[in-house]
Design a protein around this ligand. Structure first.
Ligand code: ATP
Length: 319
């Protein structure tokens, strides 16, 4: 490869900018030309592609969102759209690309590599729902935001001796709820991977209150249900009157943590080195501290294993 491109796609996440910066700077370091595609796959089709230099990624490592913007693009799901995208790259002499996004974006990346463009996919999503990497870019920041919010809620909940239900992101993967719940000392953590028993949760909360507990926090991943519904189920079984907080898109914003910046920096540079080595069609990750490259199609077909060890720990500690 002599010339590569980078794009961000799907939902944005904190650290995408750090990944873009890493791809651009590493490519230039290795003597490659590097381009940015604006608005994900949409920009590939509309030919919204521009050359990048060292300074075009200055002052972005600390910023949330993505300077390349992102879009959902239906047209790229068609063969014609994919061919058009690949053609727009080829006519500029670009023969490699780094796609930063979630599982949908991985499917697009797989299609692009089938069109003969050397492709690397990086996990950019707050949900941590991509297998073959321990963490996705943005997850660590999202968890810290939730923990920070729960710290604040705890102050006021303790003053009023109230229970609090906090709804967090995670449609199929409960990792944000799990990690943030564990880190903030939640009393119950509801994740899509494990069925919950409200009778048991309510009974335990009642007992804990009788034994002097003065705050109760239930963290619920959106994939389990709405915070309001969980609060109603609790009210039906206890005399608690829980307050509901839906954190929503706040979880996707803000400056990335050092963990996310480092993860993004390592993966961006690794993607460039893999392309230089002639590799293609790989999804990159870090597993137990080691950089890994797995065929994208294998990653698309797999489900992220649930961290049962952490979940069981939360059960032992939430008394
Ligand atoms: P998040 O997990 O944060 O929602 P995502 O990457 O999964 O991010 P999607 O909207 O699912 O977000 O996908 C992003 C884009 O990837 C889509 O808008 C589309 O352009 C492309 N894409 C998704 N699925 C396919 C597919 N099967 N074939 C080609 N392109 C696809």
């Amino acid at each position: 490869v002599k010339s590569i491109a980078v794009l961000t796609s799907g939902g944005d996440s904190q650290g995408m900018n750090a990944a873009v910066r890493s791809v651009v700077r590493s490519a230039l370091y290795h003597g490659l030309e590097v381009h940015a595609v604006q608005r994900g796959y949409l920009g590939l089709i509309t030919d919204d592609i521009r050359p990048m230099d060292l300074r075009s990624v200055g002052d972005i490592i600390q910023r949330g969102g993505t300077i390349l913007q992102t879009a959902r693009c239906k047209e790229f799901m068609t063969l014609e759209g994919q061919q058009k995208g690949a053609e727009n790259l080829r006519k500029r002499g670009i023969d490699g690309i780094v796609v930063i996004g979630g599982d949908g974006s991985y499917q697009g990346a797989s299609k692009l590599s089938q069109q003969g463009i050397r492709t690397m996919a990086l996990p950019g999503t707050i949900d941590n729902d991509i297998p073959f990497t321990d963490f996705t870019i943005g997850f660590d920041t999202a968890v810290s935001i939730v923990v920070d919010a729960i710290n604040k809620l705890r102050d006021t909940m303790t003053s009023h001796e109230r229970a609090s239900v906090v709804e967090v992101m995670g449609r199929h993967c409960g990792d944000i709820a799990l990690y943030a719940g564990l880190a903030s000392g939640a009393e119950a953590i509801l994740v899509p991977e494990v069925p919950y028993d409200m009778d048991r949760i309510a009974a335990r909360m009642k007992e804990n209150f009788e034994h002097g507990k003065r705050h109760s926090i239930i963290v619920v991943a959106e994939g389990v249900g709405k915070g309001d519904d969980i609060a109603r189920e609790l009210t039906e079984r206890t005399d608690m009157d829980p307050r509901v907080t839906v954190l929503g898109h706040i979880q996707r914003g803000g400056s990335p943590t050092h963990n996310d910046r480092i993860l993004a920096s390592r993966l961006g540079d690794y993607a460039v080195r893999q392309l230089l080595a002639g590799d293609s069609g790989k999804a990159l990750g870090i597993v137990k501290g080691e950089l890994t490259a797995t065929p994208i199609d294998e990653v698309i077909g797999a489900k992220k294993p649930f961290n049962k060890e952490l979940y069981d720990l939360t059960l032992r500690l939430s008394q």
